[in-house]
Design a protein around this ligand. Sequence first.
Ligand SMILES: *Cc1c(COP(=O)(O)O)cnc(C)c1O
Length: 471
Amino acid sequence: MELPEFRQQAHKMVDWMADYLENIEQLPVMPQVQPGQIRSQIPALAPQAPEAFEQIFADFEQQILPGITHWQHPAFFGYFPANSSPPSVLAEMLTATLAAQCMSWLTSPAATELEQRMMEWLRDLLDLPTAWSGVIQDTASTATFCALLTARERATAWQSNRTGLQGQPRFTVYCSSEAHSSIEKGVRMAGLGSDNLRKIGVDDRFSLQVAALAEQIQADRLAGFEPLCVVAAFGTTGSTAIDPLEAIAALCQREGLWLHIDAAFAGSALILPEIRALAKGLDLADSFVFNPHKWLLTNFDCSAYYVKDPQALLNTFAMTPEYLKTDQDDQVYNYRDWGPQLGRRFRALKLWFVLRSYGAEGLRQIIRRHLSWARQLAAMISEQPDFELLAPVDFNTLCFRYVPTGVDSKEALDQLNETLLQTLNMSGSLFMTHTRLNGVYVLRWVLGQTRLNWEQVMKAWQIVQTTAHGL
Ligand SMILES: *Cc1c(COP(=O)(O)O)cnc(C)c1O
């Protein structure tokens, strides 16, 4: 493609992008496609001859779009959002155009230095300790993996990267039974073995029970294990439960364990001063992760990873082969040494665009609205005798189910609610997901979309009730 055509197509495409976002509510949130359906429309072989851009774009609209789940639809209430915003999309266009590889300071000085500044901005906006250093990772899964590896390296006097884990103590890692699966995955990848991950029980708010954690640590020591790390949640994925960070931090300090805090989703809410009381003890962590790509209007991927001791992270990840050496190495950050990846995207740019376009006040307003709508909706659900909430609503996630009179067995209620979820999602007018809390099947309703408004919440609540009553 020559540049005159690029210019012309790009203008058309920006119009398409604005139209898409303007009219997104007319699309079904979740497509009704069967497995294999989209792939079967794509030719089995790559084209030999060039094709016209018009044709490619027409096929995007006709073959791809019908198979897209519209994550930016205001009625996308599933999982956690991966919300974006116009300034973030525009910054992504620039990032794609510059197409810089931001592995070292020298490979794009502005990318490294803007990333440093953006991590400082976010740190201060969330009121994290000023001594912490930040780096953008692709996902929270990677950040948690980094934390586990760093804890492992520190506990082996920085030897296990070189020697492997043979002859090392049998390390154990702790999290709650509600912790995200990325913790177990990280434990596996770090060579620690998921048999050595202890999933500690939770209380009736789905928060980790510290007494049980302390007991398990003692039992493990007696049995010859070496407790290594606790991963505490600020906002679990199931129900946004908050582990008792202060008590966990005190225990970790007494026992000499690494404390990593997974705030992947709810961390963004720390931009609100009134939320910080929920995070007491957070400043005692060794590492902390939250995802601006979930609730802070910044396109996936963008995960902010903070560490108390950047040298420990560097000791774990730094590799400097001859071909990557630069004259500035002793004066600059080379972010390739702060995680597993060598090549890195210029992700700080979209954060800069978002933080400046909305300002802290604009972002606070959006998150505050989500929280207040969630509280209002929670009150409405509780008032209905045939619906119930199954977890506290500390943030914007509601775990609820339909409990009509006459249906009493757990199995029947699980089945009914599974059918309710399927029916709602098939309708195309909204999208939710589910989880199990104490074995009970619950629907999860997350109010976190950039362009959500109260009318849409009420419309969805009507649909939920009508659908449930029609089952
Ligand atoms: C979403 C989520 C994760 C995983 O996030 P990725 O960035 O997709 O790896 C981890 N922990 C919690 C609590 C989450 O909600």
